[in-house]
Design a protein around this ligand. Structure first.
Ligand code: C2E
Ligand code: CA
Ligand code: CA
Length: 339
């Protein structure tokens, strides 16, 4: 829609409201009622584009932003959005061939049992050092890899590397902790995921009981018959399942009960303020009690201070992970730490 009559940018927002209101009414089609929503992106000449195609591109970017916020709303184009899109495009471009160029490696971060102070898990975390962009954090490149489909290959890379490190370690010493690997929701669309994991375990002569997979609610929300099937199969292989980042998404207790979870990881955003913020502390305490009631072990993520550890220990939190214990380490540094 081209508005050539607006005086300033806020005029566009009245029209956007009116347009959205038009969709409040049901549509009658073939004797049935249908609900439809709209998402609008707004770009303003000349700031957001000097030509028709530039303006359309900016409006498009803003529209996707509106969709990301759940749709049925409108968004103005901003410079920040532009920068974010540009950065994603760069990352996408550089991700192609990055695996072949050997730009990835993994780190391990230890998880410690509170009672015994022993390392009982190590979580594999992916790292990317690109020749153009430098070191890019996973929070930036994982979403792009999920969109482009590259996440399947990356996910397999992490599993192979983590298990091969574990297998090497087993040659010289006892493995008395589990290896945790993160799985993205989109990896569950890959029907070869479970066979791949099975093969990787066999190839490295490691039993499934040494592997823990961390998944977020996204996996469960995405639903689908294959998720149920995959989680059941993984569970039958003796692999344990952890619910990652608990509390950040649409965390639902019924979801936890429906699936064979063993561990619940409370997101670091809740741990961060447990000393200073009563509400956060109460919430963490209840989550721990509730999880225990359901027979789950609890990990607190992002533990950075002795006070936090003490508080969590009082509440009988089972495991902690965070900079207080150790940052993510290169495989050799972990080996040294385990000595
Ligand atoms: P996550 O699974 O929640 O991993 C924990 C993140 O918290 C890691 O960030 C870790 O470095 C950071 N962290 C650990 N202790 C502390 C602490 O005490 N304080 C603070 N502030 N942060 C701490 P990282 O490595 O940047 O990873 C970010 C996210 O990227 C991960 O969050 C995970 O969701 C994703 N990710 C990383 N590796 C993989 C992977 O191999 N596959 C998939 N699908 N996702 C991955
Ligand atoms: Ca994780
Ligand atoms: Ca987490």
């Amino acid at each position: 829609m081209l508005l050539n009559c607006i005086k300033d940018s806020s005029d566009a927002h009245h029209i956007a409201r009116m347009l959205l209101n038009c969709f409040k009414e049901l549509f009658h089609l073939g004797g049935r009622d249908f609900m439809m929503t709209a998402s609008l992106g707004i770009s303003i000449y000349p700031n957001d584009g000097k030509t028709g195609s530039e303006l359309l591109r900016s409006a498009d970017v803003a529209m996707y932003h509106a969709k990301e916020q759940g749709g049925n709303t409108y968004c103005y184009f901003t410079d920040e959005m532009n920068r974010a899109v540009f950065r994603c495009l760069l990352i996408d471009e550089q991700l192609h061939g990055a695996l072949e160029r050997g730009e990835f490696h993994i780190c391990f971060q230890p998880l410690v049992e509170v009672q015994s102070n022993k390392i009982i898990r190590v979580e594999a975390l992916l790292r990317w050092d690109n020749h153009v962009l430098g070191s890019v954090p996973p929070s930036e490149f994982i979403p792009v890899a999920e969109q482009s489909g590259l996440i399947d290959q990356l996910g397999r890379y992490v599993i192979s590397k983590a298990l091969s490190w574990a297998s090497n370690r087993m040659k010289t010493s006892e493995l008395d902790f589990k290896i945790s690997v993160n799985l993205s929701p989109s990896q569950f669309r890959d029907l070869e995921l479970v066979p791949f994991i099975k093969n990787a375990l066999e190839h490295n002569s490691i039993s499934g009981s040494y592997l823990e997979l961390e998944i977020t609610e996204g996996v469960l929300l995405q639903g689908g018959a294959y998720v149920d099937e995959a989680l059941k199969l993984l569970n039958q292989m003796g692999i344990s399942l952890a619910m990652d980042d608990f509390g950040t998404g649409y965390s639902s207790l019924s979801q936890l009960r429906r699936y064979p979870f063993d561990v619940l990881k409370i997101d670091q955003s809740f741990i961060h303020d447990i000393i200073s913020d009563d509400a956060d502390r109460q919430m963490v305490n209840s989550v721990i009690a509730m999880a225990h009631g359901m027979g789950l072990e609890v990990v607190a993520e992002g533990v950075e201070s002795e006070e936090q550890l003490e508080q969590l220990s009082q509440q009988r939190c089972d495991m902690v992970q965070g900079f207080l214990i150790s940052p993510p380490l290169l495989p050799d540094a972990l080996t040294a730490l385990l000595m």
